[in-house]
Design a protein around this ligand. Structure first.
Ligand SMILES: [Zn+2]
Length: 196
């Protein structure tokens, strides 16, 4: 059926609405904001490829845009269990710059999506966003706030820190493919985050 309307415009509007529902806008979080924009862009590209005219490369193009979209989804999807405000406060008690106390508290009460494996990737996004807000943040302090192992503040092990560090490194690598340098030490040194 022929239509005068450009279907891609309708698609993009739908993508924006889905993004708003799934990923609330939060300008205070730099890395999250970049990933959120990628989510919108890549979702749109994926849908465009699905609805594109069928050519010999059609399926390949779909699988490429899908892969790219799923990579960014893996970083921004919030699969974590909702925290109560008491849990959140106890997590950040002690070593708690006010800026990320607010940020963590804002995530309280988000609904988990049932049936999804718990990815820890979103913790790395939090870690880098906290580091941007407070460049003096140490890996130890970030682990105390973010590690999901259940240990109390100050009780997390080298293994806890190593796991978070590895996720951060993977995220930093991914962000570099997007043209951003969020290397932990670099943020600590000068707070800069964009490649020049
Ligand atoms: Zn731990």
């Amino acid at each position: 059926m022929a239509s005068d309307r450009d279907p891609s415009i309708t698609l993009r509007a739908g993508v924006e609405i889905i993004a708003l529902a799934l990923l609330p806008v939060d300008p205070s979080r730099q890395v999250y904001t970049i990933l959120r924009k990628c989510f919108v862009d890549y979702f749109g590209e994926f849908l465009d490829s699905v609805f594109a005219e069928k050519s010999p490369e059609w399926r390949l193009k779909i699988s490429q845009t899908q892969k790219r979209f799923e990579e960014v989804v893996s970083w921004v999807s919030p699969p974590y269990k909702p925290m109560t405000s008491e849990q959140a406060l106890s997590l950040i008690d002690g070593a708690s710059p006010a800026v990320w106390r607010d940020a963590v508290l804002r995530s309280v009460g988000k609904h988990p999506r049932r049936g999804q494996p718990r990815s820890k990737r979103h913790l790395a996004v939090w870690a880098l966003d906290m580091k941007c807000l407070d460049p003096s943040l140490t890996l130890r302090a970030a682990t105390d706030v973010l590690c999901p192992c259940g240990k109390a503040t100050g009780q997390h092990t080298d293994k806890c820190r190593e796991q978070l560090r590895q996720q951060i490194n993977r995220l930093v690598k991914f962000l570099k493919t997007l043209g951003y340098d969020f290397t932990w030490e670099r943020i600590g040194a000068d707070g800069r985050r964009e490649s020049e």
